[in-house]
Design a protein around this ligand. Sequence first.
Ligand SMILES: Cc1cc2nc3c(=O)[nH]c(=O)nc-3n(C[C@H](O)[C@H](O)[C@H](O)COP(=O)(O)OP(=O)(O)OC[C@H]3O[C@@H](n4cnc5c(N)ncnc54)[C@H](O)[C@@H]3O)c2cc1C
Length: 435
Amino acid sequence: MSTGTISYKKELTIKDQFDVVVVGSGPAGVCAAVSAARMGARTALVERYGVLGGNLTVGAVAPILGSVSKGTMRDELLERLGVPGCDRVGATHQCHDFEKAKRVLVDFVHEAGVTIYLQTPVVDVIMDGDRVDGVVISTKTGLKVLRAKAFVDASGDGDVAYYAGAEYQMGREGDSLVQPVTLMFTVQGVEEDALKCIGEIDYVQYKGERFLDYTTRLCNEGHLPPNAASVRLFGTLIPGERLVNTTQANGIFAVNSEDVAKAEIDLRAQIDKVVEFLRKFVDGYQNCYVKSTAETLGVRETRRFIGEYILEDNDLRNGRRFEDVVVHKASFLVDIHNPTGSGQAEEVEEDVVPYDIPLRCLIPKRIDGLVLSGRCISGTHRAHASYRVMSICMAIGEASGVAAALAALKGINPREVDYKEVQKVLLDRGVDLFD
Ligand SMILES: Cc1cc2nc3c(=O)[nH]c(=O)nc-3n(C[C@H](O)[C@H](O)[C@H](O)COP(=O)(O)OP(=O)(O)OC[C@H]3O[C@@H](n4cnc5c(N)ncnc54)[C@H](O)[C@@H]3O)c2cc1C
């Protein structure tokens, strides 16, 4: 067997040409696609799985955390999903229904007239100099190209930007380590008044001690998988059910296929041990059983692309305002799951002063024809740990869709779009952008 490189040349069919192509249909991507389509841009949404939603559905991630100013698509989506949203940790954590979300998102995107490509991974880009001219999609009838006047990268990992050669950072500024990955699952058969809590962040007491101290002690005694000391248990809309955010693998770089396979396998194997723990050590859980598991590994952190501005820790600390604001009053604490062990990375999770995200964080340096969206936008490791939550990603998505549509409809590059025009569209939609 030999490794090395091999050259590969192929004529590809251009399958279609759009004004805007959005890659990835998580909270950011669905909002980006609807946002662009509502501006009259012919828009496609391209998703590697068979279901829209990213972590909101196939990742089984809930509740929808964080907040932004009033009037964004986040408000509309929460209403469609029938949940209030949780502005802060410690509020009533109400999980949305993942099955309902799968249908709601399709309706949301369809009604806007977006063309949906499912089970269609983007595997490369076609460049015209420094401009993204097309994305290469993998289909059962071979590789094809979707062209567009502007692209939105809402793939979480920033695959389009990566294939285009955009500069990025990964992990902590000092040692490049990223937050751990988790496979979410739900259990049924829990007594209704049994514990609901979110582990380390709130200070739930249990049997005379903090629940986290209790679970950490038992984890250290081998009753939980290593590093899985934070037992976060969320009530859902279904009686007797809890969403469990506990399995954990550290040192996984989820853009490496070997790491992904290892984590998917290891985390699935952790579930039985966590259930055994719940049955044995948490009152009211003695009859619980696994009802469902996420279709895919939940990835908190991979690439953050360098944009025209890098959102900094101090911007969150000081609630900074920007002239080119496109997301206003984003708010969620700096939630860093420990890259090297269990629990949180920082003793006290720093709260933020509701901050702005400027359009420049969505524009990658050097690469044209592309707008960044969702968790791969330009910011530091700590800033990312706040804006990565789903409410904020939805608002980023909406803004990225406006910027891409304006670029496409005017025949200019996203970096040439006047931020005042993006703001005007958002303001006309009723989004609060200024104090
Ligand atoms: C375990 C875990 C728990 C979390 N807990 C919470 C929580 O309680 N509340 C909260 O608000 N947030 C939580 N988060 C954070 C939040 O879920 C994510 O940061 C958020 O979903 C990011 O949104 P996104 O749209 O940028 O990316 P994603 O939700 O990751 O969506 C990206 C989409 O792009 C698709 N995609 C990727 N690559 C390609 C490709 N090459 N071609 C085509 N499609 C592609 C993916 O399939 C996916 O649908 C959690 C995250 C994890 C992992």
